[in-house]
Design a protein around this ligand. Structure first.
Ligand SMILES: CC(C)(COP(=O)(O)OP(=O)(O)OC[C@H]1O[C@@H](n2cnc3c(N)ncnc32)[C@H](O)[C@@H]1OP(=O)(O)O)[C@@H](O)C(=O)NCCC(=O)NCCS
Length: 215
């Protein structure tokens, strides 16, 4: 903290760029590393030696299918931080049946066959708590390179992307998959709207809502 390099990293996170195909691999690698210890991802993931590979396959899918396609994947110029937002028209995460079929091999490499029930429970319970009455942006993923976590990069990219959404006059929703992150999101104006576990042995998630903020 405090040296020129960390100052530069914070500056880049505070002025993120919209990711393109050329950025995808770097963002996917960073998010795969960032979520290595996430409680919910760990619970859903397969439990064998292919776990990291499976988590990466899931980020390949999310980055390409939701991030690049939705045009709302933002990254620091040095790939230290990224935020994947889903715009209102896709925020319910519903997709046609053929996309569900296309997605299936990715899910299986992420969870293994025996984890399919966990994915189903996760998706159903997340959907049940996801607000449906107001158009909003959905924060699918926020991640910081593990080497630089706790240095203000997550806050910087969150604030910078929220400013863009505030300018559109829209609220936002997210699920925090880690209790550690709840105070961070509260500091950015979120309130907890639900707390739920997809299955009795699953870690908890917190549904969090933020109304548009005048700037
Ligand atoms: C959550 C995350 C994006 C926050 O970004 P960050 O740059 O580490 O956080 P900041 O430095 O801006 O803010 C620090 C706050 O983040 C939270 N936090 C969560 N994970 C943290 C970590 N590994 N290290 C430090 N702070 C963390 C705490 O609330 C902390 O506040 P505190 O210092 O008062 O305890 C980042 O830590 C990360 O990628 N974590 C792993 C993946 C993840 O949990 N993503 C979000 C899923 S909902």
């Amino acid at each position: 903290m405090g040296d020129d390099a960390s100052f530069e990293r914070r500056r880049l996170a505070a002025s993120p760029k919209r990711a393109t195909k050329a950025d995808a691999d770097r963002v996917i690698d960073m998010l795969t590393a960032a979520f290595a210890k996430d409680p919910v991802m760990t619970w859903i993931s397969r439990r064998d030696a292919k776990r990291d590979q499976g988590r990466r396959a899931m980020f390949v899918y999310l980055v390409n299918k939701l991030g690049l396609a939705g045009d709302e994947l933002w990254t620091s110029g040095d790939y230290s931080a990224a935020a994947l937002w889903v715009p209102p028209e896709r925020a319910d995460l519903k997709q046609p049946w053929w996309d569900e079929v296309i997605m299936m091999p990715t899910i299986i490499s992420f969870t293994g066959i025996t984890g399919l029930g966990r994915v189903d429970a996760f998706r159903k319970s997340a959907d049940k708590h996801h607000p449906k009455d107001k158009p909003h942006f959905y924060l699918m993923t926020l991640g910081v390179d593990p080497r630089f976590q706790g240095q203000g990069l997550g806050s910087a990219i969150l604030d910078a992307t929220l400013a863009k959404i505030d300018a559109k006059g829209l609220p936002t929703y997210l699920e925090s998959s880690n209790e550690k992150n709840v105070p961070l999101y509260k500091r950015h104006g979120y309130v907890v709207t639900s707390e739920f576990r997809p299955m009795p042995d699953a870690p908890p998630l917190w549904g969090m809502w933020r109304d548009v903020k005048a700037r």
